[in-house]
Design a binder for this molecule. Structure first.
Ligand code: ATP
Ligand code: CA
Ligand code: CA
Length: 438
């Protein structure tokens, strides 16, 4: 598994696709925000708008560097979802502007999906299969209603669903989501937890070559780790997880996991690359350290985080460009947008402690760790896994290695496991003590 991103520049094999993705997003987002807000109708959930971009430009679309087709799914719904999650449209556009080169995580999972980080590391673009695209559209209304009632949801926050196609190329669907991990803090350990033990072990020997690897359930248990939340935070965390999982169960979704990034406040940003790079980081300059050269343990996003000043400047530039761009009547909307930008999303419970959720002690006082967490990979329907299972069986795989369990049991097991590992340090020590005494 490739863990450190590679910069998608002109020489990268996926450069054109990435460039077109960003160009398409930018156009569609500007376009929908140019309109005054309105309530959603049922038709908005099914809506999809196709655009054709070419190097000469036309009535509707500006001229672009390459010819490509782009499809924007349910633009009104995603506009509303972005608002619920407090995404400022101008900042969103700045983060995803084609001028900024993305960084590609390659295909870290078995699914063949590609992951791209926006250059400021705030957003992740994940390519998804056609089936997942269809499924997301099918459940979009339920998802929307859920996030409306649960703005503090732990589920992946989907900000957009699009499709890009090169001439003679195949159609590539993708979603834009929140990056759970912060650009400004080292993540000392990452876990992907499902509540299962089968195949849930990362070979500890391989950690040496790949210190930033994502570990799994058995690695967690072996280390006797806990999500160290005192009673107050535990209650809120578990309640929200139960609500989120109940929705996933209702929609017959499975195979999702709790992604956990741990930042140890005592270790801090030990390979303090950030301060150095920020000093040499010239606003507007493009000489950024190559994330591929980041030493292990260093968040590659650090090197690419534009300063607050720079972000504000880019937002201003963007407003100017947008103003002069015809026929998009953006000027009015963009002028009203706040100039100041913050790197951390505020006001959302689980992301309120410097972008994460800080550990607490049994007396609810703050602890030594910040957890960056969320429920990811939640677009897999039970039926889909069943089919894959049959495929693997046909290929001679063992049932025990793959056997999917139905969504209800999957969810119950997930909740049981995660609740079971959620307790303050003091509580965990006590439990060990009593269990050794027995
Ligand atoms: P598979 O189906 O084989 O599990 P996938 O291609 O569907 O793989 P995911 O499970 O969604 O991929 O994610 C793979 C990895 O990418 C995660 O373990 C995590 O390291 C990283 N990742 C995914 N989503 C996020 C996110 N929102 N924020 C930060 N990292 C993420
Ligand atoms: Ca997964
Ligand atoms: Ca998946």
């Amino acid at each position: 598994r490739v863990v450190v991103g590679t910069k998608v520049d002109e020489h990268h094999q996926n450069y054109v696709r990435a460039y077109n993705m960003l160009t398409g997003i930018r156009f569609c987002v500007s376009r929908i925000h140019a309109k005054s807000d309105r309530e959603l109708s049922d038709a908005d959930f099914l809506a999809a708008q196709k655009y054709s971009f070419d190097i000469t430009g036309n009535e509707l679309t500006p001229s672009t560097k390459y010819d490509f087709k782009f499809k924007d799914y349910a633009p009104w719904v995603f506009r509303h979802i972005r608002t619920i999650f407090g995404i400022d449209p101008a900042e969103y556009l700045v983060s995803l502007t084609a001028k900024y080169i993305l960084s590609e995580l390659g295909s870290p999972g078995k699914s063949g999906s590609f992951f791209y980080f926006s250059r400021d590391y705030k957003y992740i673009i994940k390519t998804i299969h056609r089936g997942e695209q269809k499924f997301l559209r099918k459940i979009l209304k339920e998802y929307y209603n859920h996030v409306r009632l649960n703005p503090n949801t732990l589920l992946s926050q989907f900000y957009g669903l699009h499709r890009v196609k090169l001439p003679y190329g195949k159609k590539v669907h993708f979603v834009i989501m929140n990056n759970l991990f912060p650009p400004h803090r080292d993540i000392h350990r990452t876990f992907d937890l499902k509540g299962s033990t089968i195949g849930r072990d990362f070979r500890e020997e391989d950690l040496e070559n790949n210190p930033r690897a994502t570990l799994k359930d058995l690695n967690w248990l072996r280390r006797n780790l806990h999500l160290e939340f005192g009673p107050h935070k535990k209650e809120i965390f578990v309640t929200q997880m139960q609500r989120d999982v109940a929705m996933l169960q209702r929609l017959r979704i499975m195979d999702y996991s709790l992604l956990v990034g741990i930042h140890d406040l005592e270790r801090g940003n030990e390979d303090n690359l950030r301060d150095k790079t920020l000093q040499v980081f010239q606003p507007g300059g493009d000489k950024l350290p190559d994330p591929a050269n980041c030493p292990p343990g260093v968040n590659p996003g650090l090197a690419r985080t534009p300063s607050k000043l720079e972000t504000a400047q880019r937002a201003r530039e963007l407003r100017q460009t947008v103003k002069s761009q015809r026929p998009i009547p953006m000027a009015q909307t963009m002028d009203k947008m706040p100039d100041e930008s913050s790197l951390v999303r505020k006001g959302f419970y689980f992301y309120a402690d410097d972008g994460g959720f800080r550990a607490t002690h049994e007396d609810n006082s703050p602890g030594d760790e910040i957890y960056y967490l969320g429920i990811i990979d939640c677009l897999t329907r039970y039926n889909y896994v069943k089919r894959a299972e049959h495929f693997w069986k046909g290929m001679g795989g063992h049932e025990s290695q793959i056997s999917p369990i139905p969504p209800d049991r999957y969810g119950d097991r997930f909740i049981k496991f995660i609740s079971g590992i959620t307790m303050s340090r003091e509580r965990a020590e006590k439990e060990v003590l009593t269990s050794t005494l027995e």
